[in-house]
Structure formats: C-alpha cells, structure tokens
Design a protein around this ligand. Structure first.
Ligand code: ADP
Ligand code: ZN
Ligand code: ZN
Length: 764
C-alpha cells in the first residue's frame, strides 16, 4: 500500500539545504480549503506505519495549518516538489474517515458530474467530521453490582430490552463498548439511571485502536415465513453475495409483495458474515415505519442500525460517522447522501423505490444516489439491489439487456389481488356536473360507500392551495409572480396569493389590476379547495389534508398518519407525498383527482412519472383483508400511461415507452447532460448562450448532438431568466471532460451563472 520514493544523489546536490533522506514517504493530501487541489507532503517517520489513505490530517498550507484528507501515496514525486514538501503535522483519528473505496468514488464523482473535488468532498464528508475538532469519546458499560436473578426477573417483566442488556453485561468480565451493543440510548440510559449499570467515558486512544466484537444473541425471527416468490428472490441475491463479486439485482415486485422482507433477510445474511450494508430510501422522514421495522428485525445482529437524516444533531452525525468508519455500526438507513457512508467491508447496497426522482441531488454535485449505489457496489465487489413496483425505465432496460439480474415478485403477500382500477372520463362527466367540477359523481358515490362501511379513503391531488390562479375573464389577465414565470396560487385561509416556486406572498386581489374589472375569477383547484368541497359533501366525515402547507408544521405529518392508522380519520387528502410507501390496511379506495396534472408537463419523463404515480397510488388501496378500488379522473382517458396503469401492465408500458425513447434519442438510448444558464439580463443571457454553443461547435466539432439552446419551461425564477442546452451522448465522461475544459476557457460575462447537470432528472 505504501510507496517509497528513493531520492538519488543528484537531489542532494541540487537542494543541499533540504536533503531528502532515502526511503522518505510522501503523501498527497487534499486540504479542505485548498481550492480542491491535492498537495504533496512528507510523512514523518513515526507516522509512517499508522498513516493510510482516507485519514484526516493537519498540514501546513501557506502560513496556515489546515485539515485535509490523505488522498494517496504517489509512487514517484518530482525532485523539486519532494525537496520543498513540508511534513504532515498530525493525524486526528487513528483510522480513515473515508472507506478504502471512497477516494476513487470521489474522483469519479468529480469527473462524471463535472464538479470540483472540493464540492465533492463537501458533499461526501459531513461538516462536523471535516472540522475534526471533536474528541473521539468511548463509553464503556459495566454492572455496578454482581448479577442477581431477582433483579433480572423484575426487569424482564417491565422492560425486556433492559433485562437483556443487564444479562449481556453480566456475561462479560470487562466493561463493554457501548456502541458495539445493539441497544438504543433510551435502554442504556434507563439502566444507568436506575443505578444498575455504570457508564465510563474516556477519549479514544489515538495510538492504538482495537476493534471489539460484539456478542451475538440468538437469531430473531419474523412473525412469518417468506413465501415462494420472496424465497427465490432472496436465493438469487444470496447466490450473488456468496460469489463475492459485484452484481446488481432489480427486484421488481408489485406494491405490498413483501420486498422489504427480502431486503431484511439479505441484510441479516451480510451482517452474520461480518459485512456491512447501506439501505437507501427516497426520504427518511416519510419512512419511519420502514426504519422501525428494520431496527426491530436487525437488533439481534450484533450491530446498531444507524439512521442518517437531516435532523441529526452535529454530535449524533459525528458519532454515527465515526462508528461506521471504525466498523462498529454496520447498517445505515438514509436518503441519498447515505451512499457516502464510510462503511468498511461493504457488501450490500439496497435502493428501495429506486424509481424515485428524489435520489437525484438538485444542486452541485448533481449526483444520482441510485447510480452511485451501482457504481460503488461495482467498485468494491458488493451486491446492489434496486427495488420497485414501478422500476425506472433506465433500470428496467438494464435488466432487459442483461446488465442487471431481474427478480420478480408478481403477487402480493397472501396472494391478495391488486385493486380494480376504473377510469372516469371527465370530458363527459363535466357536462353533468353542477357547481364544483373537482369530484365526479362516480368518485363521490365511492367515497360515500366507504364512509358507510367504515372504511378509509386516500384522495390524491398533486397541487397545493385553493385555486390554481386568479384570472380576469374580461381581459385575460393572470396573476403571476413578479420574480418567476409562474401563476400565483390563491390560499384561502389567509387570503393570499403565493408563488409555489419561490415562496413570494401577496394579498389576494378582487379587482383586475389591468382593466379594473371586478369579475376576476379563481380557476383550477388545489388541495385546499378540494378539502372544502369534501366537507360540504360529507359534513359528518373526518377529513384531513396533508401537503406541503401542512408539512411545514413539525410533527404534524407523523401525527396525521398516526391518526389515520388509528382510524380517527376517514378521508386523507394530499399531494404526492401520500403516494409513497404507506401501508394502511383499512384503505379501500384510492382516488386520483386529476391524472392529467403530471401528464402534461413538458418533460420526456412525463408519461413515466404519471404511470408510476398511478400505480403507486393504487398500491395504497386494499392492503389488508378488504379488496381495494382505484378511481382515476382524467380528461385524456386513452393516454398510454393511464391505460397501461389501469391494466397494471408495466411491461407493456415500458415496451411502448422504450420505443419512443429510442425514436427521440432520449435516455436510456442516450445520456442527457443539461447545461443551465441564468442571468437577470435576458438579452445578455441569450447572446451568451448562443456564443457558447458556437464556441463548442468550433472547438469540438462532432462532440455530441445538441438539444437547444432554448428558454427553460420555467423561464424566470427568483428574478433570474433561464436557458438551457442539452448535450446528447452515448458516453458521459469524454463529453464532460471536453465541456469542462472549454468551460474554463470561455469568456463568461459577469452576471451569467452556468451549471452542469449530468443525467438530469429535472428539466423545467
Ligand atoms: P413491499 O415492500 O413490497 O411494499 P412489504 O415488505 O412492506 O411489501 O410487505 C407488505 C406487508 O406484508 C407487511 O406488513 C409485511 O409485514 C407483510 N409480509 C411480508 N412478507 C410476508 C410473508 N411472507 N407472510 C406474511 N406477511 C408478509
Ligand atoms: Zn382584466
Ligand atoms: Zn416566484
């Protein structure tokens, strides 16, 4: 692993004042505020045996002393550089804070996603670790007094976990490292508080660090056996794990088919063999159920299940990171950034709901958590499992062409049928509607039946607020945001107009500012308006709304879900956040109020998104013993995604969609790189973008095909005009390399900001 630079005699002659002794070891170190460049440093002899790549070190940089990461150990080093190299001052922790494969991962991220190493490091390593100022503490637990059966039995009756821990500590002759025990802080603290257990805290020795193996208890079991389909999916994954080579499995299982159980069993296998696993979910805040389930099923595996999310305190973040880096914590559940966990011996990466766009980061570096999962697995010989009831077209196409192994689960657990889907043609329906035009008679009748039968409904409308827009029927004026090219949305409860893109708020108007007409009207509808109509129609029903507006109140989301679970809510109405992974057995009706909303956005993935949405929403109905029904309202009942979703025909849909993608050379037939340009000066922006395109054409003829340049769908956002240009190519890296090089030479005018989004998911 270490390379030694043999200094020859000439060097001593050239630089007599700083002789470099033969056998000196050099390391290249990437300082955190060194502009993304790595510099060469000398490794003091005393450090030579302990230092390894990925370690956090302090180095001199100019007149400062800064922290950085040991990047690698160059095999050769220019004499002039060697002679001038300063020595590394110290390392902060006696182990790497990046896993062995992550240095390469960082390099690849930077090259593939066209961003600086600096921004990559800032994304990969949490701030609290980069600051490196926290002492690393260790907590050791031991019994205060010898084990007493009576105490144990008393504990067993009221607190089983505490009793287990009490017995576990009794079995160890020495104090046990707290973070190697699979018990939550609550359990440990309760025992400490009761005076039965002593906790001693001391800094970790920086000289030596010994991994300690946690004791294992008997294997915990699920309340049921896996069914045939689950077993064969698990067997396929287990085979790949046993082969110890990289492989990606696409677990294509209908909603409620028991995919999560398959993941859990695969994780258990990896843990039992001493490996570690990362479990990615679209958004941790929306999946407390999954996290609970994982924790309870894995707590006997001799390691803790760490959860990574944005609400962690910096102390918790630090501890979690260090526990993983040292191999004490071997399972992590988290959203996309959890893919950077410094797991040692990483053998399994699971991406649940792999089709979700939220795995893509919406800022630099614009990485895709799922794609990174596949890449990382391929580099460390791990197994990657992508799971979904509606796989992304990209992943399914990879399964079809043999890059991924396809595992199917075609039936729901207990062979429960998928719900019946009926489509309401709103073109006809609207002729018979009076007053409100939100709910068809079919939908109202179905809701009524559920209320009478004490069953529950989930109604889905992907648009917040009360009415879409304020429109003047006399002159055609539409109230728009002064900072964005978007209509304002009317919010009834405080009579405001709000911009859903930038958050701009103004008081609602009753008179047209253009022609002074008093007959200004609200057009369209949102979740608030829908709620009001429901309350009028079903005054007795208990109705709750769940959307971005209610979400802003902390905990309200969880409370509403808990009430719904308890049966204290009859109708849950919300935006797409309620379409994700929720599992409520008494829901027998899922209603989609306007399927056209996602269908008619100008994005080549609109059909795919609509199909996924319809299927996922359908998956919320009929999960218990009762049969479910799905009602879809649409003005375009014959659109392909709606028809295929009605039949539950995923493969039919994919076949037709893939054909279209090929025809227009969209992914997965190509890669799309989006170059986004912004400026407050519209004319300057247009001139610059055209000039840039000419510059690329001239300097790199035939580099790739283009789409654009043209204004974005959202032409103006927060006072900035927006244009984009798409590079269409087969292979990303050469195009990114050329574009990056040209970008650094192009005379960008002041006031124009440009960013590159590789494999863009967002194109508005
Ligand atoms: P998915 O992840 O595919 O949507 P889940 O894993 O959440 O499905 O399973 C749906 C429900 O069925 C859960 O409540 C789970 O506990 C239960 N379940 C899963 N596998 C089985 C099985 N083999 N036998 C009985 N119940 C199961
Ligand atoms: Zn007007
Ligand atoms: Zn706005």
């Amino acid at each position: 692993m270490f390379f030694f630079l043999m200094a020859d005699n000439r060097q001593a002659e050239l630089f007599p004042e700083i002789p470099v002794p033969a056998g000196t070891l050099f390391a290249s170190v990437l300082p955190f505020d060194g502009g993304g460049n790595a510099y060469t440093y000398r490794v003091p002899e005393a450090m030579a045996v302990s230092l390894s790549a990925g370690m956090l070190v302090r180095v001199p940089l100019g007149r400062r002393k800064v922290l950085g990461i040991v990047w690698d150990f160059p095999a050769a080093c220019e004499e002039a550089i060697a002679a001038r190299a300063k020595a590394i001052l110290e390392f902060l922790y006696p182990f790497p804070v990046l896993a062995a494969d992550e240095i390469d991962l960082c390099r690849w991220l930077s090259a593939y996603y066209a961003c600086s190493l600096n921004s990559v490091i800032n994304t990969v390593i949490p701030l609290v670790v980069r600051e490196g100022v926290r002492p690393l503490l260790e907590h050791r637990l031991s019994l205060v007094a010898p084990f007493e059966t009576e105490v144990f039995e008393k504990l067993s009756r009221r607190a089983k976990k505490q009793a287990e821990l009490y017995r576990r500590l009794a079995q160890s002759p020495e104090a046990v490292l707290r973070n190697t025990l699979p018990y939550s802080a609550v359990v440990v603290n309760a025992l400490v508080k009761s005076g039965l257990v002593r906790q001693e805290t001391a800094p970790v020795s920086r000289v030596a660090y010994a991994d300690s193996l946690a004791g294992t208890r008997e294997r915990g079991k699920a309340a049921f056996d896996l069914n045939e389909e689950q077993r064969s999916a698990l067997a396929a994954i287990a085979t790949s794990l046993d082969e110890r080579v990289y492989r990606t499995h696409l677990l294509f299982g209908v909603t409620g088919s028991g995919k999560t159980e398959v993941y859990i069993e695969a994780i258990r296998k990896v843990l039992a063999e001493g490996g570690s696993a990362i479990f990615l979910v679209p958004e941790v805040a929306l999946t407390p159920q999954t996290v609970e389930r994982l924790r309870s099923r894995l707590d006997d595996c001799g390691t803790q299940t760490v959860v990574w999310h944005s609400h962690l305190s910096s102390g918790e973040r630090f501890d979690a990171w260090m526990d993983m880096a040292r191999g004490n914590a071997r399972v992590l559940v988290g959203a996309r950034s959890a893919i950077f966990a410094p797991m040692k011996n990483l053998r399994l990466i699971i991406v649940d709901e792999e089709h979700e766009p939220s795995f893509k980061q919406g800022e630099t570096p614009f990485y895709h958590g799922r794609d990174l999962a596949v890449y990382r697995a391929s580099k460390c010989g791990a197994v990657c499992v992508l799971g979904s009831a509606t796989p992304s077209i990209e992943s399914f196409s990879n399964a079809l062409n043999g890059k991924y192994v396809l595992n199917r689960i075609a039936n729901r657990v207990d062979a429960h049928p998928l719900p019946q889907v009926s489509i309401v043609d709103m073109r006809r329906e609207i002729l018979n509607m009076r007053g409100q035009t939100t709910f068809s008679r079919t939908m109202l009748k179905a809701i009524r039946e559920r209320l009478d039968g004490h069953e529950q409904c989930i109604l889905f409308l992907n648009r917040r607020g009360y009415s879409r827009a304020l429109i003047c029927p006399d002159c055609g004026y539409v109230a728009t945001c002064p900072h964005c090219s978007a209509p304002l949305t009317f919010h009834r409860h405080d009579r405001t107009l709000r911009c859903h893109l930038c958050g701009y708020i103004q008081a609602a108007i009753s008179q047209c500012p253009q022609c002074k007409s008093e007959s200004i009207k609200k057009r369209g509808y949102g979740t608030q308006r829908a709620e009001e109509i429901l309350r009028d129609a079903f005054p007795q029903a208990r109705i709750r709304r769940l959307d971005g507006d209610t979400m802003s109140k902390k905990n309200e989301f969880r409370e509403i879900l808990a009430q719904f679970r308890n049966g204290d809510i009859d109708i849950l109405l919300g935006t797409q956040m309620i379409a994700k992974g929720l599992d409520f057995p008494r829901v027998t009706l899922a209603g989609i109020i306007d399927a056209d909303l996602s269908l008619h956005i100008p994005d080549f993935r609109a059909a795919e998104r609509t199909f996924q949405l319809l299927v996922q929403v359908s998956g919320r109905a009929g999960r218990g013993d009762l049969d479910g029904e799905v009602i879809v309202q649409t003005f375009t009942p014959f659109a392909a995604p709606i028809q295929y979703a009605k039949e539950g025909d995923y493969e039919g849909f994919v076949e037709e969609e893939l054909q279209k993608r090929r025809e227009f050379n969209y992914p997965p037939s190509s890669h799309l790189i989006r170059h986004l340009f912004r400026s407050e000066d519209e004319a300057l922006l247009e001139r610059t973008v055209e000039a840039w395109k000419d510059f690329v054409d001239k300097n790199a003829p035939g580099l790739c095909a283009f789409k654009g340049p043209c204004p974005c769908t959202i032409e103006k956002l927060q006072d900035f005009y927006r244009w984009h240009l798409f590079y269409v190519c087969d292979r990303v890296t050469p195009v990114v390399a050329t574009v990056s090089e040209l970008r650094s030479r192009f005379p960008w005018p002041k006031g124009v900001i440009e960013i590159i989004d590789v494999d863009a998911v967002e194109s508005m």
